[in-house]
Ligand binder design. Sequence first.
Ligand code: PPE
Length: 309
Amino acid sequence: MPVQPTEWIWMNGEFVPWKEAKIHVLSHVIHYGTSVFEGIRCYETAKGSQVLRLRDHIRRLFDSAKIYRMEIPYSIDDYCEICLEVIRRNKMEACYIRPVVYRGYGDVGVNPFGCPVETAVAVWDWGAYLGPEALAKGVDACVSTWSRMAPNTLPAMAKCAANYMNSQLIKMEALMGGYVEGIALDVNGSVSEGSGENIFVIRNGTVYTPSLNHSVLPGITRDGVLTLLQKELHKEIRHQAIPREMLYIADEIFFAGTAAEITPVATVDRLPVGAGRRGPVTEAVQKRYLEIVTGRAEDIYNWLTPVRS
Ligand code: PPE
């Protein structure tokens, strides 16, 4: 389904109507992928709309920009406020927020320095990322024939648009094969991440997730899941290299991401994961995550920022 337009997009300091939020075809970003971005969710709660982990996402946006030597002409706090204002202007309750920082029109050629750093924030309504039944039933995933970017090529810790060309190869291959999502291995053959999610693997009560040297995005949802697993479920967690075959013998696997939230993996390469449905650890994490973000439980970790105070 195509994206449903909202009214206003914030671009370089002003609000422009959705249809007029355009860039020149010779903008550096179009030719060389020069963009870093974020994806943030705003939830409707009993206490009004609340943005999940706003400052953490905007900090990562600034980190991504720093890695690519793009200077954002705002402070982190100002940028957070801009995101909130975009939600208010569009009179949204629950929505997805997409801040993007890119090199615009100026010079041509690989050298980015002659192109201005521009920035925009859009919001729209975004439902279940991996399908309407994914959260309860889990999804069918495959191991991709495409590896995730090698270390010291495209930096995985930067959420850069160019990384998503790799994600697209993984995603398209999965969809063409009849799967919902693909799991990439890193260049050494260890599990890395999904095309748009981090991954958690559970066996005998121990939780495994790839450490950051396996070409994974340092996910904010991943961080929240680790908090819940450690502080509330008292699980032993191992950040380590995960061999592919661990996926086949796992008791539970789930994806974690802003868009995907906590999505169980039902099968990998057509082999059932555990009983082939959402397992108990996944269910417990998912329940706590969703009850906190939707305001049904107290926000004890200070994850939420009110949109209208
Ligand atoms: N890895 C990748 C490659 C990734 O794209 C995401 C988020 C994550 C991990 C999880 O990160 P976090 O959202 O901070 O927990 N993917 C975003 C974009 C998806 C898209 O299709 O666009 C998202 O979930 O918003």
